[in-house]
Design a binder for this molecule. Structure first.
Ligand SMILES: Cc1cc2nc3c(=O)[nH]c(=O)nc-3n(C[C@H](O)[C@H](O)[C@H](O)COP(=O)(O)O)c2cc1C
Length: 273
């Protein structure tokens, strides 16, 4: 299900390699995909101006082939963006994003989510805390490995590969890169009361409203699962009141690259009629 790049259509511009989340495209004169790492996520197909990408996993088509409502444009065009321009997002716009996020449904009808808007150099400070949190989550795993191995070898292998990933993030961060928050000029974290059994769903609903509204005004976004994993560190850093948990974090900024195509994936539907 790997993406395939047509040699005759490829212009060698390299945009596909820049946006590829798994960094599996290399470009010499032409772009080529390393099949074993390709997720078939469609980013390369959506960004390619020449329409050189095809895949069994998705079909990329020109935005001009789509007629319909603005909402369709937003839903089809929204991508997870990880390369941002350095420009700050004005405070009024960030407030609007939160306003739309809070319009999302919540399990107790009372909304009641809390938003933490992080900007400028504070994003890098948050990233430092999140990476420290990730490494402390993975640390005990290595310590427990011999015991865990008795139960599941696979689990130990996946824990040790996570440990490697998190420590490589630490090294990248120490050398001035932004492996977790991708240099986003703003991050919004959303928290709900820990006592609410569906607090996570509440935060995710809000996150999606906020991201789609952002897309409609040209602000790109990407969910940040790592901040959720290391939420305790993020909560300490952000001063989240006791009794609240961060369940969602979104990176936001103006996109460095624009996607010119939409991508259609194969849907797995079971009709129960
Ligand atoms: C629960 C969840 C957590 C995610 N966490 C991250 C993350 O930590 N970092 C990141 O770059 N992308 C993250 N993503 C974005 C996915 O990787 C992204 O949706 C996928 O690459 C497909 O790209 P698309 O959204 O443009 O279709 C997350 C997505 C979800 C749903």
């Amino acid at each position: 299900m790997s993406a395939v790049i047509s040699e005759s259509l490829c212009t060698g511009c390299g945009l596909c390699a820049k946006v590829c989340p798994s960094k599996c495209i290399s470009v010499e004169e032409k772009a080529a995909v390393n099949d074993s790492r390709c997720l078939s996520c469609g980013h390369c197909g959506a960004v390619c101006l020449a329409g050189a990408v095809s895949s069994e996993g998705f079909k990329a088509f020109s935005v001009h082939d789509v007629e319909g409502l603005e909402v369709e444009r937003i839903l089809q065009g929204k991508r997870s963006v990880r390369e941002f321009l350095p420009d700050a997002i004005p405070k009024e716009i960030l407030s609007e994003l939160v306003r739309y996020g809070e319009m999302a449904p919540s399990s107790r009808n009372t909304r009641g989510r809390k938003y933490f808007v992080v900007t400028g150099s504070r994003v890098t400070e948050l990233e430092r805390e999140v990476i420290a949190g990730l490494n402390s989550v993975a640390g005990p795993a290595a310590f427990l490995a011999p015991v865990l191995r008795l139960f599941s070898r696979k689990r130990v292998e996946s824990l040790s590969s996570l440990k490697k990933l998190f420590s490589s993030m630490q090294s990248a961060f120490d050398s001035g890169k932004h492996p977790v928050l991708c240099g986003a000029p703003a991050v919004i974290c959303i928290a709900s009361p820990a006592s609410n059994m569906q607090g996570k769903d509440d935060c995710v609903c809000s996150e999606q409203y906020l991201m789609l509204y952002a897309e409609s005004i040209g602000v790109a976004s990407c969910i940040n699962g790592f901040t959720q994993i290391a939420h305790k560190n993020a909560e300490r850093f952000l001063g989240v009141p006791k009794g609240y948990t961060i369940h969602a974090a979104v990176m936001l900024g103006y996109p460095k690259y624009s996607y010119k195509r939409y991508v259609r994936y194969g849907e797995d539907i079971t009709w129960v009629e």
